[in-house]
Every structure is written in structure tokens, then in C-alpha cells.
Design a protein around this ligand. Structure first.
Ligand code: ZN
Length: 66
């Protein structure tokens, strides 16, 4: 049996509230992944130099003025 896919727009009232909400279940903003900086402990993006202290892999790679 061939699948009958809907490839066209459907009038809003033809899609039930439940179907619309179920579809939008996966449309959500997720918090960005962070890890604790091993040097200063700030929450930073993984595999990036720390924006607070400028350290990466135990070395200061970006000079930070304090
Ligand atoms: Zn840091």
C-alpha cells in the first residue's frame, strides 16, 4: 500500500487542538549545554576557552584583564 502523505496546506480548523499540540510537543527551546571550567568553575560551553578566565586545557590562551 502506498503511503498517502499530505504535502499541502490543511485548513486550520481541520487540525484538532490535540493534534496541533501533540505536533508542537517537540518545538521547545532547550538550555545550552554547559560544563564547569576546571580553572575557575564558571559555566562555559564545552571545547571552548573560558570566557571568564581565558583558560583552555590548563593554559591561559586568552589574556583577561582583572
Ligand atoms: Zn574559567
Amino acid at each position: 500500500m502506498k503511503l498517502d502523505l499530505q504535502l499541502f496546506a490543511v485548513p486550520a480548523r481541520r487540525t484538532s487542538k490535540t493534534a496541533k499540540r501533540a505536533r508542537r510537543t517537540h518545538l521547545k527551546k532547550e538550555a545550552p549545554t554547559t560544563v564547569a571550567c576546571p580553572n575557575c568553575g564558571a559555566a562555559i560551553a564545552p571545547h571552548r576557552a573560558c570566557s571568564k578566565c581565558g583558560f583552555y586545557k590548563g593554559k591561559e590562551v586568552v589574556k583577561k584583564e582583572n
